[in-house]
Design a binder for this molecule. Sequence first.
Ligand code: LFR
Length: 462
Amino acid sequence: MVGRVGRHELELTEAHRFANRPVRVPEGLRWDVLALYAGVLDGLRAAGQVDSVGIDSWAVDYGLLDADGALLGNPVHYRDGRTEGVAEKVWANVPAAELYAATGLQYAPFNTLYQLVAARSSDQPGHAERLLLIPDLLSYWLTGEQGTELTNASTTQLVDPRTRDWSYDVAARLGIDLSLFAPLRQPGDPAGALRPEVLDETGLTGPVPVTAVASHDTASAVAAVPASGERFAYICTGTWSLAGLELDAPVLTEESRAANFTNELGLDGTVRYLRNIMGLWLLQECVRAWGEPDLGELLQAAAGVPALRSVVDAGDAAFLAPGRMPERIAEACRASGQPVPESPGEVTRCILDSLALAHRRAVEDAQRLAGHDVDVVHVVGGGVRNALLCQLTADACGLPVVAGPTEAAAFGNVLVQARAHGLVGDRAEMRRLLGRTQPLTRYEPRGDTAPWRAAQARLAGA
Ligand code: LFR
């Protein structure tokens, strides 16, 4: 994505798009990270001359390097099954409650911490000297310089959200060597410049600086929520729905842990207090199983299905792994004594109702647990294009939804670079610029929330 930023101007153009296709090999599910890097180089070539480059990606995953800086093996996909049963081993050393108090991270089997413990007894090479999170790895290949960007580091479960530094105690107790990680850097810090070989390959003229952005895609997306004031919740929708609040300080209470809220770090020392919800992954996997039917037709069919006939718990980690998604959803409905959705339209409606319900729960729980009330819910990311999901989310939350921009992560990425180069002011100004320049759609809640409360009670009782 190429961004153009001025005092009254903010524009993104897509230069190049490439698929990110995980590969299942006998050892498990892996990322094809060389193909991703090749895609980045193609993107730079297509972009033409730029003043700055920044990288963000999904969180928690990493590549390992040997003493010469060479990549050891293919990065393991966070949906790989290797972390099954690992959490219990970790909690035997550091009880779950202590781990939460120290790191503020919700339990997710794929947090880097569990992956590192799982890796000890797997095929991952033992002679690694360095660990780089995915955006830091791509940045290293572009520049030759290594660092660990903080917002993404906060998803490893090895960072203390109060000190915004490593959690030395947790690492020591679990035998994790923190010297594997390159030094921390903040969004906005310089991260080197494109290597001469990269300039050659892409046809760009140097120097082209690389800037550390909020390299966790969700942190970049939250930075680009076009909110005014502080009384807002956000839902970053895409493969995941990340729903929550922007706070000044973490919430580390036992209730917060029980509700599985995470305290990831955001731009400018903020805390992203949110819950991971399975998101449009549920639909993407069904669409794949159905042989890629037309999405517009599917959503139209779903709009015609009666509301809230059956719902599943869209926060359930049982939906994490790929495969057989329509069947797994049907099984969950059957097991909870609800009508089993059959046609693709019915399954799609069940997914969208379930997502809207999970959005409602997250927005409601976050407000209560953080003592921070909101008047509006901002939806950003891929789900912005899904008008039915936005409307259902407004209905379920009983709050207006403001939807847009779709490419929030790319906007957040570009704006942090622009700010590092002196083109925009603080976070509030970044958000004002987005609000003034980007098309946003407002959805008012329809009816009252009683049916949603009833559906929630049904799920809780199941
Ligand atoms: C979204 C995201 C989520 C993270 C998940 C796994 O793309 O980054 O925030 O929990 O992917 O990394």
